[in-house]
Structures are given as C-alpha cells and as structure tokens.
Design a protein around this ligand. Structure first.
Ligand SMILES: *Cc1c(COP(=O)(O)O)cnc(C)c1O
Length: 484
C-alpha cells in the first residue's frame, strides 16, 4: 500500500540536477539525456513507495538519486553507441570505429536500401538475383585487374573463407617471416588452423627464398599464401619472395597464389605516407590470383572484407556454405558502393579517412591556428593555456607503420588542474573529445578533426575552465568546408 507521506521525501528534479551540475558540468547537449535519467530514477522510487517498498532516507537523498541517475544515463535503453570526437591523430582508429564515413554516404544508402530493395532480386527478369552482384561491378572498375570481386564481413572473414574453400584438409605454404599477428587477435597461423588448412612454414623469420617454396610444394598443396606485414617492418639481413615470383611458381604447379593484403590502398594519390605501399592493383598485376583487403582501412569505407581476383578462384568461394555466414547486409553494400563511387570519380577529399591522410602538415597547422583564433575571440578564461605544437599522427588500423605522418595539435594546459583531469573532462563532454595526454598537457591533433566539428571542440575547451554559457562564434576555418 502506498503511504502518501513518503512522496514528499523525494527530491525534485531540479534539486537533483543542482547536485550534478557543478561537479560534472553537464554540457547542454547531454542535459536532456541526464534529466530523463533523473526522472526515471524518481519514477522508480515512486513506484516502490506505491508498492509498499519505500526507499530509505539515504536512497532519497539528492546525491544518491543523482548517482543512480548517472548510472542509468549510461545504460539507457537508447543503446550505447555514441559519437566521439577523435583528436588522437590516429586516422584509422580501430577502437573509434576505423574509417569515418561521410554523412552523405548514409543519405545515399538510406535512399537506396532503407525500405525494400533489390538486394537479391533481378528486377528486369523478375526472378531471384544475387546479393553478390552489388558492389562487384564498382569494385571491378576501381580495380580493373580483378575479374571478380566478392564482399564479406571483414578481411579476417575474407581470409578464412578463402582458406576454407580452397585449402581445407590440404596444405598452404607460407613464409615464416609472415606468420604475423595483425592486431585484434588476427593471427595468420590461427586463422589458418580455423580454416582446417595445414600450414607449411618455409624459410626463416628474416629470409625466405623461392627455392624454399618450390621444395615445399607437393601433391597436397592447395595454394601459396603471402601475408602483408601490415603493422611492422623488417630491415637488415632480410629476403622475401615477392608476389610476382610466387605467382609464377604457383602457376607452374596449377596452384593459386593468394595475398592477404589488408590495407587496401586503391587511391594512393596525394598520400605521402603511402609511398611504397602496394595496392590490390599492383598485387593482381604482378600475377596474384586472389587478394584480400579490408573495407575500412585505406579504402576508407565501411567494415567489410573484399576478395578480388580470378573468377575461377572466386567462384568456389561464392558458392561455399561458409559464405552464407560471412555475407554482408544491404547497409554495408550500400555504403561500400557510395565510397567506391568517390574512388571512381577521384573525389578523394570527400572520403574522410583519405582527406585526413592527404592533408599536409601545414594544412593541419592552419586548422590549429583557426581554432585557437576562434577561442581567443570568444575570450579565453583565466588559467587556460593553448599552444600549437608539432605532433606525430598515425595512419593506424595496423597500416603504414613505418611512415611518419607529421602533424600539429593544440596543447591545452589548465592552471591547477592535472592533465589527466583535463583529459577526463574532455571525455565527459557531449560528445566526448579524445586527445592525447603528453608532456603535461592534453594535445588535440587536428589532423583527424572532421568537417563541422570545430565548434564542438571550441566549446569543449572553453567549458573546461567553467564557461558553460559560451556559444560558439559563427563557423569559420574548416567548418566552411562542405561537411560531406
Ligand atoms: C587488418 C588486416 C586483416 C584484418 O582485417 P579486418 O578487416 O580488420 O578483419 C587481415 N590481414 C591483414 C594483412 C591486415 O592488415
């Protein structure tokens, strides 16, 4: 039974919010979210009163309600995915979603696949079609050396499918120098084992010769395999078998040569850091039969794995039962088609990951100057210090590890506040801003700033020193870029 005397013990929404606001400086954009959580928590307490299970005085204290509401806010039914402003300078940041997508690609995807679509329907013939036909034409035009293209969930799936379909129960010959771990648990020997193929290691860690491969080929050999050492380089007394030699040898034995490339550089123009990085065109032109790449590395698109190469070797993959488990959905295909259209038209600065990689250090520096100028115009609070500093950005995603990506950032120091607290405050904002903590400051590398984010970052910095009334000045600098 409800005891109406219990209701007045509950604090008002405003009293709870008053407890929250000074401590965490709730930004405007997260306020509605938090207010809703406070209301929910108060509703739960009222329900308990009605059900005759009244909360204790301690549970009714505004601080306790505030704490419970914050816990709720992070687990609300709206789900947990949220935008993050990536100012780490790591362009393909796997933990932050790898390649950023241009909003217009999602508009295009919505127009094509939000409702029903021809995912597996041949409109002209009025019969069942194949989902594998989508994106395949565009891929063949972007990589003309490929007779066939097949899209799966990611590059790990592409390798797994290839090895399972072509080598299960048989032998795959690989150089010891390429039994690598790519990161996120992708280890070449383990994927090999999962596929049921038998690994035949040849050569040594630092040197493998063509003769080593030749000697290992026998009646059980299914294919010759090469893995890109994506995330490290070997120098010194090293020798490799290049994919061209490997393919020639494979073909003499009527075997395919398969290259697990990952990175997927199809538009190298203007990316200084990609100097010397092989792309799928080079690999296929050198004679490889199949090459596996990621959709969300240097292709700059959605998560996907793409297998390119000879129709005769792609066909058994397409029809293998595992393909059913690894296939992608209409949303992935639609976004992949959108990014491929940009590669075809050469609109590379409309591919956000490529735009970030193509930007010169001076271009990044100009972004820093524009941001700092905007902040000074808004009036820098006492004790907040900003400096433009050179930084070392990274391509990330386990690609181009050896090539530096010189960049610039805005170093933030706040008198009397340690840098890790400044960092925590930036991450507590809406949206969270993630930079790097180094040399007693938080450094925001603007190479990875996306179009339209300058105002958000400006506000986050000014709110650090308690200036919640700040309204950013009209857009300037890169904000005037077309956000698409
Ligand atoms: C990144 C990478 C993979 C894994 O790609 P995902 O798309 O993340 O599954 C596999 N092989 C190589 C060589 C890679 O660089």
């Amino acid at each position: 039974m409800a005891n109406s005397d219990d209701f007045p013990r509950l604090p008002s929404v405003d009293r709870v919010l008053a407890r929250l606001a000074p401590a965490t400086m709730v930004p405007q954009s997260r306020r509605a979210h938090i207010v809703a959580s406070v209301r929910d928590q108060l509703a739960t307490l009222r329900d308990r009163i009605r059900q005759g299970n009244p909360p204790t005085d301690a549970e009714c204290h505004p601080d306790a309600v505030a704490r419970a509401a914050m816990a709720r806010a992070s687990t609300r039914l709206e789900g947990s995915l949220r935008p993050v402003v990536n100012l780490t300078g790591i362009v393909l940041h796997t933990n932050l979603g790898r390649a950023p997508l241009a909003p217009v690609w999602l508009d295009e995807a919505r127009d094509r696949v939000a409702g029903y679509c021809n995912l597996e329907f041949d409109i002209d013939a009025r019969r069942r079609g194949s989902r594998n036909d989508h994106a395949a034409d565009l891929l063949r035009r972007v990589v003309p050396q490929a007779e066939a293209a097949l899209v799966v969930n990611n590059c790990a799936a592409a390798v797994l499918l290839t090895l399972t379909a072509l080598a299960r129960g048989r032998e795959v010959v690989v150089s010891r120098g390429e039994l690598v771990e790519i990161g996120g648990g992708f280890r070449v020997p383990e994927v090999m084992a999962a596929s049921g193929a038998r690994l035949v290691e040849v050569g040594t860690t630092n040197r493998t010769r063509l003769a080593d491969f030749e000697a290992a080929i026998g009646p059980d050999t299914a294919l010759l395999f090469k893995a890109h050492r994506s995330n490290f380089r070997m120098t010194g007394f090293v020798q490799d078998v290049d994919i061209g030699q490997m393919a020639t040898l494979a073909h003499r034995h009527a075997l395919p040569a398969v290259f697990d490339l990952g990175s997927g550089l199809v538009s190298p123009q203007g990316i200084a850091a990609a100097e010397g990085e092989p792309g799928p065109r080079d690999i296929l032109a050198a004679g490889a039969d199949l090459v596996c790449i990621s959709g969300d590395k240097l292709l700059g698109g959605p998560q996907a794995g793409i297998i390119l190469g000879r129709e005769a070797w792609v066909e058994p993959l397409r029809t293998h039962p595992l393909m059913r488990a690894l296939r992608v959905d209409k949303l992935t295909l639609a976004v992949l088609e959108a990014v491929l259209r940009r590669h075809l038209s050469g609109d590379l600065d409309r591919i956000p990951a490529l735009a970030a990689l193509r930007l010169s250090p001076q271009g990044v520096r100009r972004r820093c100057v524009a941001l700092v100028r905007r902040l000074r115009q808004a009036g820098l609070p006492e004790g907040l210090h900003l400096d433009i500093v050179p930084t070392r950005a990274e391509t990330g995603g386990g690609t181009l590890p050896a090539t530096p990506l010189p960049s610039y950032g805005v170093a933030i120091r706040l008198d009397g506040v340690p840098e890790d607290v400044v960092d925590a405050r930036l991450r507590a904002g809406g949206p969270p801003v993630v930079g790097r903590v180094q040399d007693g400051a938080v450094v925001l590398d603007l190479r990875t700033l996306l179009p339209g984010q300058q105002g958000v970052v400006a506000r986050a910095i000014l709110e650090l020193a308690g200036n919640p009334g700040f309204h950013p000045a009209p857009a300037s600098g890169i904000d005037t870029d077309d956000p698409r």
